[in-house]
Design a protein around this ligand. Sequence first.
Ligand code: ASP
Length: 251
Amino acid sequence: MEAAIVVLEEDPTFDAGFGSHLNRDGRVELDAIIMDGATLNAGAVASVQRVRNPIRLARKVMESCEHMMLVGAGAEQFAAAQGLPLCQPEDLICEREKKAWAKCSEGDHLAEFHFSHRHGTVGAVALDVQGRIVAGTSTGGTCCKLPGRVGDSPLIGCGCYADIEAGGVSCTGWGEAIMKVVLAKSAVDNLRSGENAQKAADAAVHLLARRANGAGGLILLDRNGKPGFAFNTSHMAYGYVALDGSFVVEV
Ligand code: ASP
């Protein structure tokens, strides 16, 4: 699960790790979370500027920290203490996003300047043979956000949730709306109340639209490994490994 997210963080196609959106000051600030559905332990980081793979740092927080969430300079200090390499803030910036930011800085911020509006936050959910579910989410947040803005992604229950009694979820979309309906936990609660995987996903995204007027989507695995996907944005790229080992990819 962590390895899958690292690949996506390294790929500038997505708004996570290298190639993320810049904030209003022209810097990348990254958020990530990982959650273990067996123990309900989670680790989260927010507003980090010198960590290339924040999902790795989130895992360190989950496994080696007395706290569940660290932000900014404190999170980076913890990364260094744990032996994770720190990068320069500029190492996270790709040309495409620099140009988008420059255009937005000249006048109005327009969605079409941002290629990765269509290729946003990344996430993954994994279930092993022992029934253990882990979910994770990593993001650069929204484009031209105010410095210090944190969205849903690193917040337990909002951008990610996992519980072996029900399933695991990772979300993407407009964080300010997702937080209002605690989207990932809402989807897991749908599973808990007996909905099948697809219905649980659909109902959660419906709630996001109905109660928060929000746009977003989620990927989900129930405790038996059945996947569900839902979004009310124009599209959302997702894929999964089916129980027979085949890969299924959709946009
Ligand atoms: N949910 C993320 C945030 O609001 C952005 C995204 O998923 O594209 O920070």
